[in-house]
Design a protein around this ligand. Structure first.
Ligand SMILES: *[C@@H]1O[C@H](CO)[C@@H](O)[C@H](O)[C@H]1NC(C)=O
Ligand SMILES: *[C@@H]1O[C@H](CO)[C@@H](O)[C@H](O)[C@H]1NC(C)=O
Ligand SMILES: *[C@@H]1O[C@H](CO)[C@@H](O)[C@H](O)[C@H]1NC(C)=O
Ligand SMILES: *[C@@H]1O[C@H](CO)[C@@H](O)[C@H](O)[C@H]1NC(C)=O
Ligand SMILES: *[C@@H]1O[C@H](CO)[C@@H](O)[C@H](O)[C@H]1NC(C)=O
Ligand SMILES: *[C@@H]1O[C@H](CO)[C@@H](O)[C@H](O)[C@H]1NC(C)=O
Ligand SMILES: *[C@@H]1O[C@H](CO)[C@@H](O)[C@H](O)[C@H]1NC(C)=O
Ligand SMILES: *[C@@H]1O[C@H](CO)[C@@H](O)[C@H](O)[C@H]1NC(C)=O
Length: 510
């Protein structure tokens, strides 16, 4: 069911002919707003549909349900109780129904994340959204009805990803406790991508795309969605993951790659989560705080040892805002730290264990080669979480087994052995947000985004990018819809901002 990663070199050339025309169309109407604080109301709210799913049956959505997930301009037109007229058609019938928006965004950003759902025909063949007599047909997929494990851990989109040690820690811990990772990728170092692909082949995880939003054709003024939505639309990715596994998994955890959970009282996540909900009657999801940790990471895969990693783990007193694990019937949409639309009264607040949050691992020589991350000072002391010896041994054996796989042996020497993007991204986040929010720096945070971070080229490590074919529906009011199909990835060195703009030219309209 998962998408196929294909290398589509043709696309690098494709679009050249139409490039000038598209560039004019695209840039004629874009409004540049570097601080992301414009409150200008535009005639049309642009919407980018990330995904739409069809559920022949659903425990919580009813039969023949559809649910779609989009980023939409909420300032030009209020989206709080917006409704969508949806037309579902099968071989014999067509039904028009009204979907109500459930908004999961951040009021300080122009674009918000919205989930809409309604019920439609049996054996759905085409799905359209209608507004004032104009319709647009949007692609949809059937939701999953089977999951590899009862517990799915949705990992928010990885961009400029290079921290393979953190990934190995997470994937092996999750596997030990019966969790399956669903990982969204935007851009990643090629050897690290190949490492993930081998873990996917071995059943540890599922890879998925998380695409940058692009409008292939716009006929009125608009703001760039990528730069004007909270954290590159992480809420949209987590909502997509929820909608994919809603009927297939028992529990879904909405984590980042650096949020790692060691169950405290039971050998598996499933038993641990069942027990937490059972001891908190009336609850159907749980919140885990994230305690800051550091660890020393091995520079190479051959030196990577889980025993040594755990021995180097140190805890801080700082426990940051919680992440949630939900029973799949409890949520229809989510933001990063939980849904706005579900009562806190049904949330079990877990105080122990906490997530081992390993945002800033240390390089092995003990010296931080780039000191930008020292900007944010956190004191670390002895490890404060329980990690059982038999689990450490079993995880170490499993790592040993994977290191012995021939494809992993051949890619191991190509894995980056030093930080490159982490200090750059951290510094950019610090300037944009962390400094003000957590470290007494002056300023105001505005729309939390940091899409403007410049990522320089790195010639020695090739990078994989996700991409797709982009489409724009007809001009519609108050909302015009854009979407994509046929995601793929291509091998390319990192694009800097100048090149990213040029890349937009490779999109096409109907
Ligand atoms: C999810 O959607 C269904 C169908 O509209 C509704 O009955 C249910 O209350 C919703 N649940 C949540 C948590 O929003
Ligand atoms: C949206 O609907 C809710 C519930 O019906 C209501 O309380 C709220 O005032 C509405 N908001 C707007 C902007 O109309
Ligand atoms: C089309 O949908 C209608 C309404 O759900 C249903 O009664 C009919 O059997 C469906 N037709 C086909 C061919 O599935
Ligand atoms: C969990 O914590 C929240 C916020 O502190 C609180 O509002 C809620 O009532 C708590 N949940 C339960 C079940 O006690
Ligand atoms: C972890 O720290 C908290 C608060 O600092 C303390 O109450 C708790 O006992 C510690 N747990 C362990 C296992 O050290
Ligand atoms: C490592 O791989 C070799 C060759 O495939 C195999 O014979 C050996 O049993 C493997 N060792 C482990 C610990 O998996
Ligand atoms: C660390 O990285 C940041 C972001 O790229 C850069 O501004 C800074 O000059 C670097 N510092 C050192 C000491 O290399
Ligand atoms: C970004 O790419 C453009 C086009 O290749 C190049 O001219 C420019 O120097 C690059 N900028 C940086 C900061 O690498």
């Amino acid at each position: 069911m998962h998408p196929h990663w294909i290398f589509f070199k043709r696309t690098l050339y494709f679009g050249f002919i139409t490039s000038i025309i598209c560039l004019l169309l695209f840039y004629k109407y874009i409004i540049v707003d570097p601080r992301g604080d414009s409150k200008v109301k535009l005639e049309v709210s642009q919407a980018f549909i990330s995904s739409a799913y069809y559920y022949p049956t659903s425990k919580s959505l009813g039969s023949n349900a559809i649910a779609f997930n989009m980023a939409i301009d909420q300032i030009s037109h209020s989206m709080e109780n917006h409704t969508f007229t949806v037309i579902g058609t099968n071989l014999t019938n067509s039904i028009s129904s009204i979907a109500t928006a459930q908004e999961e965004g951040f009021e300080l950003c122009r674009y918000t994340t919205i989930m809409g759902s309604t019920n439609t025909v049996e054996n759905l063949k085409t799905l359209e959204i209608e507004s004032n007599g104009v319709t647009v047909q949007i692609p949809f997929k059937k939701a999953r009805y089977t999951a590899p494990k009862p517990v799915i851990i949705c990992i928010s989109p990885q961009f400029a990803a290079e921290q393979w040690q953190m990934f190995l820690m997470h994937v092996h811990v999750a596997h030990r406790f019966g969790g399956h990772l669903h990982i969204y990728l935007t851009s990643i170092i090629k050897s690290y991508f190949e490492l993930m692909q081998e873990y996917e082949r071995q059943g540890y995880l599922t890879l998925d795309y998380w695409l940058r939003m692009k409008f292939s054709n716009v006929e009125s003024q608009y703001f760039d969605p990528n730069a004007n939505i909270m954290w590159r639309n992480q809420a949209g990715a987590q909502t997509d993951c929820l909608l994919q596994y809603k009927e297939a998994a028992e529990y879904i955890a909405f984590f980042d790659m650096d949020d790692i959970l060691f169950p405290k009282n039971y050998p598996t996540y499933l038993e641990e989560f069942n027990a937490v909900l059972a001891t908190n009657p009336g609850t159907n999801y749980m919140a885990y705080g994230r305690r800051e940790h550091e660890f020393v990471k091995a520079p190479t895969l051959s030196e990577f040892s889980f025993t040594e990693l755990v021995a180097s783990l140190r805890s801080s007193e700082v426990v940051k805002s919680s992440k949630v694990v939900i029973r799949t019937d409890a949520y229809n949409s989510t933001a990063i730290h939980g849904s706005k639309h579900v009562s806190l009264m049904t949330r079990a607040n877990v105080t122990s264990p906490t997530l081992v949050h390993v945002q800033l691992p240390n390089e092995k020589d003990g010296k931080r080669k780039n000191t930008s991350r020292n900007l944010w000072k956190i004191e670390f002391g002895p490890l404060n979480e329980t990690i059982r010896d038999d689990d450490i041994r079993a995880i170490e054996d499993d790592i040993y087994r994977m290191k012995n796989v021939s494809t992993i042996q051949s890619l191991a020497p190509k894995l980056p052995n030093a930080d490159f993007y982490l200090p750059i991204v951290f510094k950019c986040y610090y300037d944009a947000f962390y400094g003000v929010a957590f470290d007494h720096q002056p300023g105001d945070v505005g729309c939390l985004n940091a899409d403007f971070c410049e990522l320089p080229q790195r010639e020695e490590y090739k990078c994989i990018h996700s991409d797709a074919l982009y489409y724009s529906g007809p001009s519609m009011k108050p909302v015009t819809y854009h979407f994509l199909s046929d995601p793929f990835c291509h091998s390319f060195i990192f694009l800097n901002a100048t090149r990213q703009k040029a890349q937009v030219r490779r999109t096409r309209s109907w």
